[in-house]
Write a protein that binds this ligand. Sequence first.
Ligand SMILES: Cc1cc2nc3c(=O)[nH]c(=O)nc-3n(C[C@H](O)[C@H](O)[C@H](O)COP(=O)(O)OP(=O)(O)OC[C@H]3O[C@@H](n4cnc5c(N)ncnc54)[C@H](O)[C@@H]3O)c2cc1C
Length: 225
Amino acid sequence: MPKIDVLDHGFVELVRAMGDDDAILQAARVSTGAVGDPLRDRKLLDRLAKLHHSSPFEHVVATFHVKVPRFVMYEWQRHRTWSYLSLNEYSQRYRALDPPEFYEPATIRAQSAGNKQAGGAPLDDDEATRARLLIETAHTDARDHYAALLRAGVAREQARIVLPQSVYTELYCTVKLWNLADFWRLRLDEGAQWEIRQYAQATLTLMVAVCPVACTALVKMLEEE
Ligand SMILES: Cc1cc2nc3c(=O)[nH]c(=O)nc-3n(C[C@H](O)[C@H](O)[C@H](O)COP(=O)(O)OP(=O)(O)OC[C@H]3O[C@@H](n4cnc5c(N)ncnc54)[C@H](O)[C@@H]3O)c2cc1C
C-alpha cells in the first residue's frame, strides 16, 4: 500500500481507493452517454470542478491510515464529512503505549506578529535550542510518569492523562474525493498549521496516483477560487 512518511514519526498510508478518473467520467456522462478522449475528459473534469458539480467526484472514495500527533488529529477530526475509526484512542485503554512516541519539531517557530493563531519565522538558534530542550524534557517526564503510573497499577485509561498533545496516535479515515478537496482547500492553505499541511499534501500526492485528471481539475479549481 502506498505510504508517505510525514513529520518525525508519522505517515499517511492509502489503505484503499474505490474509483478513479473513469468512475467520475462515467457518472458525469450518464445522461449523455458520450464517449470521451483524453482532451475531452480533462476539459469535462475541469468544467465540473469549476461549476462545483460535485456529485460525480463522489464516486471516488479513499481510506487512509494515518499516524499523527494528537493536536493534528484534533484539527483533522473537525472535518465532519470524513468517517473516522480512531484506533489508538480505543486501544490506549487496552494496550499501553510502549513507549509513547512524541512529535519533536525540526524547526521551532516564533509566534506570528500579524496572525494571533499562527507561527511565524523560525526562532533564532539559541532560543530554538532552549525551546527544544524544554520540549525534550517535557517528553522525557511524560514518558517516565506514564511508565511509573502503569507500574503502580493505575489503569491504562487513566495513566494516559499525563501524555501531551504531541503524542502520536493512529486513525483510519475515509472520505469522498470532493470532500477531500475541501480538506485540501482549508489545510493546504498557508493559514493552516504547518504540520497538518504536510499531511494534507501527502493525501494529495497519494490521490494523484489514483485519479490524476480529477486531482488536477480540483487543484486548479482551488487555485482559481
Ligand atoms: C486555518 C483554520 C483555523 C481554524 N481555527 C479554528 C478555531 O480557532 N476554532 C475552531 O473551533 N475551529 C477552527 N477551525 C476549524 C473550522 O472551523 C472547521 O471546523 C474545519 O475547518 C472543518 O471545515 P468544514 O466545516 O468546512 O469541513 P466539514 O465539516 O468536512 O464540512 C464540509 C462542508 O459540509 C458542511 N457540513 C458538514 N457537516 C455539517 C453539519 N452537521 N451541519 C451543517 N453543515 C455541515 C459544512 O458547512 C461545510 O460546508 C479552523 C480551521 C482552519 C482551516
